[in-house]
Design a protein around this ligand. Structure first.
Ligand code: FES
Ligand code: FES
Length: 488
C-alpha cells in the first residue's frame, strides 16, 4: 500500500540525494536553498521565462512550477552538473563565438533548453530552434545570436547528441557517477509539512483507495496548481490536505487504441501527446500551441481538462471530437461526454472519490481544419480566443438534387464541427448550427448561421482582453473558416 513518504529521493547531478522536505515545495527553491545550486535562477516564478530551467530525465522543465514531490525517483540535472559534460563545452564555445551570452542571467536556462532540443533533434532548422527556446525569455538584447549559437552547435557538434549506447542516446551526465550510492540526508524542518499528508501511489487501485478514504487532492504535473497557489520564494504552495501525487501510476499514462477509440491516459504529458503518430494532425497543432517545451514536459492532458478553464487549450479540440472522459472510483467506472463533465469555469462533476483515468475519442478523418489561438505571445500565453473548425467532404462531387451539405465549390460536406475557446464560461460548440451548415441551400443562409454563433459568443473582460475584442476576433475567425471552406 502506498504510504506518505517524508523523504524525497532523487538523483541530482549524478548523485542520489534524499531530503526531508514538503513535497509541494518548488524544485527551484529546493535546488537553490537546500543544495546551494544558484545557477538555477528565478525570473517570473510562474513558468513563463525559462530562467529556472533544469533537465528532468533529460528534458527541460521549469523548476519554479515543479513540486519537488514530482521528481521522486527521477534524475535532475542543473547547469552545475551539466558543466562537467562535453556537450556543455560545445554549447559554451558556440555561444561565446556567436555572442549569445549577453546578460548571463538567462543563459543557464537557454543552455538547458538547447540540450533538451538537441537530444530530441540533433539537426534542428531555425523553426525548430526557435520552438525549442520559445519558453526562454531574453529581456536584454534579442534572440538572433542565441539562435545562431544553437545552429553553430548543431552544425559542428551534432555527433555529441547522436552517439548511441545500446540503442539509447547517451545520458547527460556520465553513468559512472550517475548511480553512485551517495546519500546526502539533509534534514529540513518544515512545520507546514509536518501537518500535511502526501501520498505517492504506484497503482491505480492504491490511488483510488486513498482518494476514496480521504478525498485526497490529486496532483499530476502540478504546473497550473503551482501557479495558482504561487507564494514568494521559499514558501510552500498549499493545495489542500492530503495531496496525492499521481505521476507514479503507470496505468494513467500513455496513448493507445482501445475498442475503436484513441485513449489518452490522464497523466500523459503534453510533450508525449505531441509525439504520438496516432493522433489527428489538428490535435498535434493544438498541443504545439500550448505553452513551451519546458511546460509541456510536465503539464498533463488530465490537468488541462480538470482545470475546466474557459481558455483550456485542449478543450475546443476535445469538444469537437465528441470526446468522453473516463472516471474511476473503487469498484466503478463511468464515461461521460466532456461537455457533461465540465460544469462551468473551474468546475467539473467529478466526485470526491473519483479520479480522471483517461480521455477517449473516435478518430474521425477530417479533410480540412483551421486552428487559431490568439494570445499575447506565441509560447506560454493564455488564449484570448481560440477557434477550431473541422470539415469532412464526402467522396465524389455533388450531384444535382442532393440537398445535403452543399458547398459552393461543388463538393458535398459530410461533417463540419466548430468550437471556440475563451469566449464564454465553457467551450462554445453548437450541433444545431453545424446541422444548419450541412443543409445550406444558398450563401445567404451562412449569414443566419453567423448570427446564430454571435448569440452564443459571450466573452468577458479581463486583464488579457476586452469582451468586445474577443467577440470580434471570434466572429472574424468563423467568417474566415467558412469563407475558405465553402469556396475551396
Ligand atoms: Fe520564470 Fe521559472 S522563473 S519560468
Ligand atoms: Fe539574458 Fe538577454 S541574454 S536577458
Amino acid at each position: 500500500m502506498a504510504r506518505d513518504k517524508r523523504n524525497i529521493h532523487f538523483y541530482l547531478n549524478g548523485k542520489r540525494v534524499s531530503l526531508l522536505v514538503d513535497p509541494l515545495k518548488r524544485l527551484l527553491d529546493v535546488l537553490r536553498e537546500n543544495f546551494g545550486l544558484t545557477g538555477v535562477k528565478e525570473g517570473c516564478g510562474e513558468g513563463e521565462c525559462g530562467a529556472c530551467s533544469v533537465l528532468l530525465d533529460g528534458k527541460v522543465v521549469n523548476s519554479c512550477i515543479v513540486p519537488v514531490g514530482y521528481v521522486y525517483g527521477r534524475e535532475v540535472i542543473t547547469i552545475e552538473g551539466y558543466k562537467t559534460t562535453e556537450r556543455y563545452r560545445a554549447i559554451e564555445e558556440a555561444f561565446a563565438r556567436s555572442g549569445a551570452v549577453q546578460c548571463g542571467f538567462c543563459t543557464p536556462g537557454f543552455v538547458m533548453a538547447t540540450e533538451s532540443l538537441l537530444r530530441e533533434n540533433p539537426h534542428p532548422g531555425e523553426e525548430a530552434i526557435r520552438e525549442g527556446i520559445s519558453g526562454n525569455l531574453c529581456r536584454c538584447t534579442g534572440y538572433v545570436s542565441i539562435v545562431n549559437g544553437i545552429r553553430m552547435v548543431a552544425e559542428q557538434s551534432s555527433r555529441l547528441w547522436e552517439e548511441k549506447e545500446e540503442g539509447e542516446i547517451v545520458p547527460v551526465v556520465s553513468k559512472a557517477s550517475n548511480r553512485a550510492e551517495v546519500l546526502e540526508d539533509i534534514p529540513f524542518g518544515n512545520t507546514h509539512y509536518e501537518s500535511h499528508n502526501y501520498f505517492f501511489p504506484e497503482t491505480l487501485r492504491e490511488a483510488l483507495e486513498i482518494r476514496s478514504r480521504m478525498g485526497a487532492i490529486p496532483v499530476a504535473g502540478g504546473t497550473d496548481l503551482m501557479v495558482k497557489y504561487k507564494k514568494p520564494a521559499g514558501l510552500v504552495p498549499r493545495a489542500g490536505d492530503p495531496v496525492i501525487f499521481l505521476n507514479g501510476v503507470e496505468e494513467l499514462r500513455g496513448i493507445k487504441r482501445v475498442d475503436g477509440f484513441i485513449e489518452i491516459g490522464a497523466t500523459t504529458e503534453l510533450s508525449e501527446i505531441l509525439k504520438s503518430e496516432i493522433l489527428p494532425p489538428f490535435m498535434r497543432e493544438v498541443i504545439r500551441g500550448i505553452a513551451a517545451p519546458g511546460v509541456r514536459n510536465t503539464a498533463t492532458i488530465g490537468g488541462n481538462i480538470c482545470n475546466a478553464s474557459p481558455a483550456g487549450d485542449t478543450l475546443p479540440a476535445l469538444y469537437s471530437l465528441d470526446a468522453q472522459v473516463v472516471l474511476a472510483s473503487v469498484g466503478a467506472r463511468r464515461a461521460l461526454p466532456i461537455e457533461s463533465f465540465i460544469a462551468g469555469p473551474g468546475k467539473t462533476v467529478i466526485s470526491d472519490d473519483e479520479l480522471l483515468v483517461s480521455i477517449r475519442f473516435r478518430n474521425v478523418d477530417f479533410d480540412r481544419y483551421m486552428y487559431k489561438k490568439v494570445g499575447t505571445r506565441k509560447a506560454n500565453a493564455l488564449s484570448k480566443v481560440s477557434f477550431l473548425g473541422l470539415i469532412k467532404f464526402s467522396s465524389g462531387v455533388l450531384k444535382d438534387g442532393n440537398s445535403r451539405g452543399e458547398s459552393f465549390a461543388g463538393k458535398e460536406i459530410e461533417d463540419i464541427r466548430i468550437a471556440f475557446g475563451a469566449v464564454g464560461p465553457v467551450v462554445v460548440r453548437s450541433r444545431e448550427l453545424e446541422r444548419r451548415l450541412l443543409s445550406l441551400k444558398d450563401f445567404a443562409m451562412i449569414g443566419e448561421v453567423i448570427t446564430g454563433y454571435e448569440a452564443l459568443i459571450n466573452p468577458i473582460d479581463d486583464q488579457r482582453s476586452t469582451a468586445e475584442y474577443r467577440r470580434e476576433v471570434a466572429i472574424n475567425l468563423l467568417k474566415k473558416f467558412l469563407g475558405e471552406m465553402y469556396y475551396l
